[in-house]
Design a protein around this ligand. Structure first.
Ligand SMILES: [Zn+2]
Length: 219
């Protein structure tokens, strides 16, 4: 996004009103139990565009969240928002990801937060494997399947390198040697970060392009 005035114009959530029911309380993790405590707005000159600066109070724990949100100016039926603070615990993944990918990804993230480095890299490898299998890759093992996707042009060369690194690190955690040293925290963190990019590339980018096409019946 190149300007805050573009918030809600390109992507986001359905509807012209803030989907407050989707917002999880960062303190007690209850979802969508909010009461508006304060509202301010800023209008764009010579335009219908409005940025809303809202404070919501959680009905459960009485904590507050600040929500910056805006509906699309030209009535495309979208809005988008940013919330501060956000829950540090991760409990959802985008609904257009395959379930198995999302499940392992959540566990990889949670294990990072809890500093379980071996488990984080193992779960990242499982998420990778689920994503690769979902891409209809052919091969007898993960290595061959990654090579297949690279040959077919589904994975660009740099993603193939990352996927190989992710696979190798996860392999070590999955099949440890008797005196296997623990996974390096920075390695585990990098690997989960690579996974984020890979899933962005495999799922989020095509999803956003699809949403873009649907908006204007573009072909
Ligand atoms: Zn709360």
């Amino acid at each position: 996004m190149d300007s805050w005035w573009r918030l809600g114009e390109n992507d986001g959530y359905h509807g012209n009103e803030l989907a407050v029911n989707q917002i999880t309380c960062p303190f007690c993790l209850e979802q969508g139990n909010y009461k508006l405590a304060h509202h301010r707005e800023k209008s764009k000159p010579n335009s219908q565009k409005i940025l809303n600066f809202d404070t919501y109070e959680c009905g459960n724990c009485k904590g507050y969240v600040l929500v910056l949100w805006s509906a699309s100016e030209f009535g495309s039926g979208f809005h988008n928002y940013h919330v501060l603070p956000w829950p540090l615990r991760i409990d959802t993944y985008p609904n257009y990801w395959p379930e198995s990918v999302g499940r392992f990804w959540i566990q990889a993230k949670r294990n990072l937060i809890q500093e379980n480095w071996d488990a984080a890299s193992l779960m990242a490898r499982s998420a990778l494997q689920a994503a690769i299998r979902d891409s209809k890759a052919e091969g007898n093992n993960l290595k061959q399947e990654i090579e297949y996707l690279a040959r077919e042009g589904i994975l660009p060369p740099i993603m193939k390198e990352w996927s190989d690194a992710l696979r190798e690190l996860g392999n070590v955690s999955a099949h440890p040697l008797p005196d296997q040293p623990p996974t390096n925290p920075q390695d585990a963190s990098d690997i989960v970060n690579f996974l984020d990019f890979l899933l962005e590339y495999l799922y989020t980018l095509p999803h956003r392009i699809n949403e873009y096409r649907k908006r204007g019946d573009k072909k």
